[in-house]
Unconditional design. Sequence first.
Length: 592
Amino acid sequence: MANVVPYLLVENLTKSVGSKVLFQNISFAINEGQRIALIARNGIGKSTLLNILAGHTDYDEGKITFRNGIKVAYLSQIISLPNHLTIKQYCDTLRVQQLLTQLQITDTTLTIDKLSGGQQKRVAIAKVLAEEPDLLIMDEPTNHLDLQMVIWLENYLRKTSITLLMVTHDRYFLDSVCTNIWELDQYHLYEYVGNYTAYLEAREERIENQNAEIDKYRNLYRTELEWMRRMPQARAHKARYRIDNFYEIEKKAKQSIQEQNVQLNIKSTYIGNKIFEAKNVSKRFAATDNQQSDKVILEDFSYVFTRYEKLGIIGNNGTGKSTFLKLLLGYLQPDSGTFDVGTTVRFGYYAQTGLTFQEDKKVIDVVRDVAEMIDMGNGNKLTAGQLLQHFLFSPSQQHDFVAKLSGGEKQRLHLCTVLMRNPNFLILDEPTNDLDIPTLQVLEEYLKAYQGCLILVSHDRYFMDRVVDHIFVFEGEGKIKDFPGNYTQYRLSEAEKNTSTPKENSKPATKPKQNNNTGTTRKLSFKEKQELLTLEQELPALEEEKATLEQQLSGVQLDAQTIQQVSIRYEEVKRLLDEKEYRWLELSEYSK
C-alpha cells in the first residue's frame, strides 16, 4: 500500500522573536480529514505559527512542504478588508452569496467600511469558506461572532469534509469540531488524538509521567553528584563517559513542568444592599441611511438588581447588549426612565474595545499609572511589579513596551488594570476574546468565588455556563427575556418549548403555526413530511448504535486497530445524530 502524502509536512521548524524562542525544531504533518486545534498560552506563538504556514511570516530554520495541487485558505485573527468595496464587489461569486445569507448578511450593497466588526468577520468567513479549500487555517474564528453565528460555523465545519487547522479558545467549539488537539508548550509541540475533553485527560497523564521522569533523574543526579565530588581520580582517567553522562542527567533533573497560571485573588470592596434599579428605561437610535426605521434598544425596561447577583447577557449582534452596559454606567443617557445606582457600588468595566494603552509605554508603567501599591485585602499589599508577576508578566517583560505584547497579553494587562482597582461590581463585555484557555479557567474560578456583583456579556458558552446564575436574552426591538439559568439550560428550555413528541402531533392542530415575519402559515411539503417520518425511524437507531459503540470503547479487550475503527465510527454517528436531530427540530417546528 502506497504511503499517503500529507497535505502539509513541517520539519524542524524554529522561530524566534528577538531573543525569545517561540518554538524550536518542531515537526508535524497534517493529513486529509483531520480537524486540528492548536492550544498554547498567549505569547507562545500560536498566531505566529499559523502566519508562517500561511506564508505571511518568515521563520528561522526548517522546511515546510504542501502536497502538490492542494488549495489552502487562511482566516486571520485580524480582519482587514478593502473598505472602499461593497460586499457584493468583494464577494463576487454565487457560492459566497449563499453563505452570506446563511450568515445573516443580506444587504450586499453596503460598503465594507459601514459594517460592524462582527459583520466584517462574517463576510471574511463567507469569503474563505466559499473558496472550498482542501486545507483551511483559521485563527480565532469565533471572536466577535454572536452565539447564533458561532453555532452555525460549528455545525458547518463539522458537516464538511474540509481539513482544518485552527486556534480557538471556545471549548464547546473544540469539543464539537476537533479530531486532534496540538499543544505548543516549552518550545515543543505535543499531539493528542480526540477532542478537547480527551485532550485534558491525556495532558494530565503526560504531565504526571514527565514529573515522574524528572523525579527519577533528580534521584539519579544526587547519586552522581556525590560520585563527582569524591572520586577525582576516576574522573581524570577511567570514567570520561560517566562525567559526560552526569551533565546530561543534571540538565534533565533541573527541568520543571510545574503549571503556571494567572493568580486572581484580588479582593473586592464592600458593597451595600442597594445595587441598582432600572425604572421604565427606554432607548432608541434614530433611523439612518442604512436603516430605515428607528433601532429600539430598550422599551419601558424595569429591573431591580440584587446583591451578589451574577447575570449573563446574550443576543445577536446589534440587539443592544453593549449599549445596555453603557446606559448602566452612565456613558449614554436613556431617552426616558432612570438607572438608580447604590452609593457603595464601585464599577469595574472591561470593554471589548478597551485596549487604549500607549504602544510606546512600558508594561509596568501602565500599572503604575493606576497605583504604585495594590491592596489585596486582609492587610496584604503588592507593588505594581509583584502584581504583574501574578498575571504572568516576568520582571524582564514588565519593562518591555506594550507594542511587543501579543493580543492576548494586552487583554490580560487590561484585565489586570480593571481588577486592581478593587471593584465590587464587575461589568465584563466579551472578556474571552484573545484570552488563552489557562487564563480563562482561572478567571472562571475567580468569578465563581467573587464576592461582588457581575454582569457578563459573552459568546463563550462554556464560560457563561460556569459563571452566571441567570441570563438576559436580548431578542431585539427592545425585548429582553429573563431566564433563570445558564446558557445551556436556556437552549434546552427553548428546544423543549418549540418541539413535542411526534405522537402528540399526530392530530392536525386547530390553529396553524404562523411565520413571525410574514404572518403566513408555514406547512410541510409532501417531501418534507416523508423526510420527517424517515428521521423519526433513523434517530432511535443511531442512538442505539451510539450506546453500543460507547460500550465497546469502554472495554479493554479491543486491539489498537479495532479501537481506531470504532472511534472513527463513533465520531461519525455523533455527527449524524447532531445533523439529523437539528433537521428534525426544524421540520417538527412546522408539523404542529
